[in-house]
Design a protein around this ligand. Sequence first.
Ligand code: NDP
Length: 300
Amino acid sequence: MTAQIIDGKAFAATVRGKVAEHVTRLKADHGITPGLAVVLVGEDPASQVYVRSKGKMTVEVGMNSYEHKLPAETSEAELLALIDQLNTDPAVHGILVQLPLPGHLNEDLVINSIDPAKDVDGFHISNVGLLATGQKAMVPCTPLGCLMMLRDYHGSLSGLNAVVIGRSNIVGKPMAQLLLRDSCTVTIAHSRTRDIEEVVRRADIVVAAVGRPEMVKGGWIKPGATIIDVGINRIDAPEKGEGKTRLVGDCDFASCAEVAGAITPVPGGVGPMTIACLLANTLTACSRANGLAEPEGLTA
Ligand code: NDP
């Protein structure tokens, strides 16, 4: 069997298109423009790239983008003061603090100082609790993107066996909560899981969020299963020339695609969905803040 490729790049473009349509309507019917504020502390090169690309896509869907670039030595008090100001700014509907923060800043404290209604990353402790109890939450972008792709491919997820590999707060745990909400039978595997291959082999849906290049092999996969590969790992690629690298996922694409029914590639799978879902979350936050209906198909 050769798996169907779930094209995250194309899917993300569709999601951004839907967001843009909603934004146009919000402006025309209500005079409201959703606004996303992104806060970057320090000069981490990868973070700078992410922030630039988030800003560009925010503007492309017709939203306002507010970038706050602060020096690495910014104090906690200064950062909290900025967040406080953004929390009360009616033009700002979403606030994202780019992680990781420099070591002297307490990430939990900073994230939990964001107004939960504007917490478009879904990392605030209130949103974690709301998601876990099945209430209306802001849902972390990467798991939300995975859920959208799974719903699109399967329709209903009810009753399917799902194995999430990885238990991080930003991917594994919220992913498991979302799958549970959609009535999957969910197992979370992690570094201490015994017989992980056997556990994964029972899954109709495998979500791999581990950070280990090509760890999941085709032999672990139940024939016909759906694989969502969240991992982004840079490895050496001597075949491309000296010193060259390439990106791979947590799943060994070639062997997994032989067995699975569907699989997301890396790159071009989950990655593009993450920013698309950030925009979707900003739209959702703006709609909720103005007492308007939430955009259909763009929330959990
Ligand atoms: P973390 O490092 O926070 O978590 C990794 C998880 O994998 C942990 O729960 C760990 O278990 C588990 N793990 C590690 N080794 C093994 C193993 N040998 N067998 C089973 N489980 C193992 O990573 P993140 O969740 O933040 O990210 C995971 C991957 O997803 C990374 O490659 C990251 O780059 C990528 N990512 C991609 C995004 C996107 O937009 N596409 C967004 C976010 C992340 P334990 O808890 O026991 O240590």
